[in-house]
Ligand binder design. Structure first.
Ligand SMILES: Nc1ncnc2c1ncn2[C@@H]1O[C@H](COP(=O)(O)OP(=O)(O)O)[C@@H](O)[C@H]1O
Ligand SMILES: [Mg+2]
Length: 150
């Protein structure tokens, strides 16, 4: 049975949300639980293989960033509707060291360690909206990604 509730996103519009779920991401469980949950959820809706691949890539990049840069956190996933539009809302949250310079972190090729630095810029290219709130000195990072389905 599906549960529906209204959520208010930062742009002040109301969206109808289907079964939002949150899954922990940490070094013990890795990304397998969130990946399988999202894959199963996407099988329940009509979605192109391009959109589906983009969403799985966004999940992977957010998850790898939590593991690599914060150690542990959680990812939440929901199918949302706004009028006739169907979309996906993903949030990634951790209490790690935070991102000191958001503009730099979003530049292709920028990495504070020896990563490729393509995760956050890639997410921004694939999504319709990305909002990042981060506080250094242990404040952690909160990233919200919205993608409308084609
Ligand atoms: N959850 C996070 N916590 C702290 N820093 C992060 C987090 N996610 C991303 N960052 C910072 O943003 C930078 C860019 O991220 P990204 O584009 O995914 O590149 P990469 O992970 O390859 O370094 C990272 O190098 C890191 O410094
Ligand atoms: Mg990354």
């Amino acid at each position: 049975m599906s549960q529906r509730k209204l959520v208010k996103l930062p742009d002040s519009q109301m969206y109808d949300t289907e079964c939002p779920v949150c899954v922990p991401v940490n070094k013990t469980v890795g990304l397998a639980p969130i990946r399988s949950l999202v894959r199963c959820s996407l099988e329940e809706i009509t979605i192109s293989s391009v959109d589906s691949a983009a969403i799985m890539t966004i999940i992977n990049e957010l998850g790898h960033n939590i593991l690599r840069h914060a150690g542990r956190g959680k990812i939440c996933f929901a199918v949302i509707g706004h009028g006739e539009r169907l979309g996906i809302r993903i949030t990634a949250e951790d209490s790690g060291s935070g991102i000191p310079d958001l503009a730099m972190a979003l530049k292709p090729g920028f990495s504070r360690d020896d990563g490729l630095g393509l995760g956050l810029p890639g997410i921004r290219n694939m999504a319709d909206d990305v909002r990042i709130a981060s506080l250094v000195s242990g404040g952690g990072t909160f990233i919200e990604v919205l993608k409308w389905l084609s």
